[in-house]
Ligand binder design. Structure first.
Ligand SMILES: [Zn+2]
Length: 289
């Protein structure tokens, strides 16, 4: 922090006493019909599953109306999730707006929103075995949309050396395999993640982003309902449980499992599938000008 802190004005106390206003208050956002999702869940059967090896990533496809789970299987492990519209990679998960709408950490009933100009729910969280955790005494919670993903560029800047198995590289490799291209040709599609199972917060004194050992255990899972056809990619972070380090081979790492489920479609006949935003996109410039 700068040592040149300017003197506070005489009315500093009253300026600081302004009342907070929730930017996107609960109740003003469209809420999912969780009862309908529960009914659909009760009919679902697993159609396939895949394993994401440690310090690596895999892609997967989920059709609109299917559910998918990310499951801890062998030990505490954090996952970094990217989502795209399966038919158009320019529509992708928008971590920042999801954070602004739902808060720093997401749970059941929260949506994963897509970027502008689409801005619609890509997936809705339908179950979370770590929902009991809440916020702990350090102010930490689970499944954050604060962090971006570990990456070789920041690692090179801060630590020197090139580490090739950060989540950014893992996701780039997996997407490159999916698209039959080179990682450097697709890495611009990789975006800020949902930090699945990661336990994070901001320090009370300096408000810096911190992580602590994830409470996830084998058998824990977070489950999503696909609101559109999705291409997903999941990295098993080289930080393992993210208790101490990442961007290296130092931490103990474990695989993650992805499971996809098909429900009885008759349970979803009343579901409203989200369309891209209806905003006209004139941005103040009107036709004929
Ligand atoms: Zn990572």
């Amino acid at each position: 922090m700068s040592s040149k802190i300017p003197p506070a004005p005489t009315d500093a106390a009253s300026r600081r006493a302004a009342k907070p206003a929730i930017v996107y208050p609960a109740g003003t956002m469209p809420r999912p019909d969780l009862a309908a999702l529960e009914q659909a869940r009760s009919t679902m059967v697993k159609t396939h599953e895949l394993i994401v090896p440690p310090r690596d990533a895999r892609t997967f496809r989920v059709s609109r109306g299917q559910f998918f789970r990310i499951v801890g299987i062998e030990g505490p492990q954090v996952g970094d999730l990217n989502l795209w519209n399966a038919d158009d990679l320019s529509e992708r998960f928008f971590s920042g707006k999801t954070r602004a709408i739902h808060g720093t950490h997401v749970g059941v009933g929260d949506r994963l929103w897509s970027n502008m100009p689409y801005l619609r729910p890509m997936a809705t969280i339908s179950h979370d075995t770590l929902g009991w955790y809440g916020f702990d005494a350090d102010g930490a919670g689970i499944h954050d949309v604060i962090g971006t993903r570990c990456d070789p560029y920041t690692n090179l800047m801060l630590n020197g050396g090139s580490y090739d198995f950060c989540c950014h590289s893992n996701l780039s490799r997996a997407l490159a395999t999916e698209l039959k291209m080179e990682p450097r040709a697709v890495e611009h599609h990789v975006h800020d993640v949902l930090n699945v199972f990661m336990c994070t917060g901001f320090t009370q004194d300096t408000h810096q982003y911190f992580m602590k050992a994830s409470p996830v255990r084998p058998g824990d899972f977070i489950e999503f309902f696909a609101e559109i056809d999705l291409l997903g990619a999941l990295s098993a972070c080289p930080g393992g449980d993210c208790s101490a380090t990442h961007s290296s081979d130092a931490a103990a790492c474990h695989p993650l499992k992805i499971e996809v489920f098909e429900p009885d479609r008759a349970t979803l006949t009343g579901w409203t599938w989200p369309a891209p935003s209806a905003y006209h996109r004139h941005h103040g410039v009107h036709a004929g000008i």
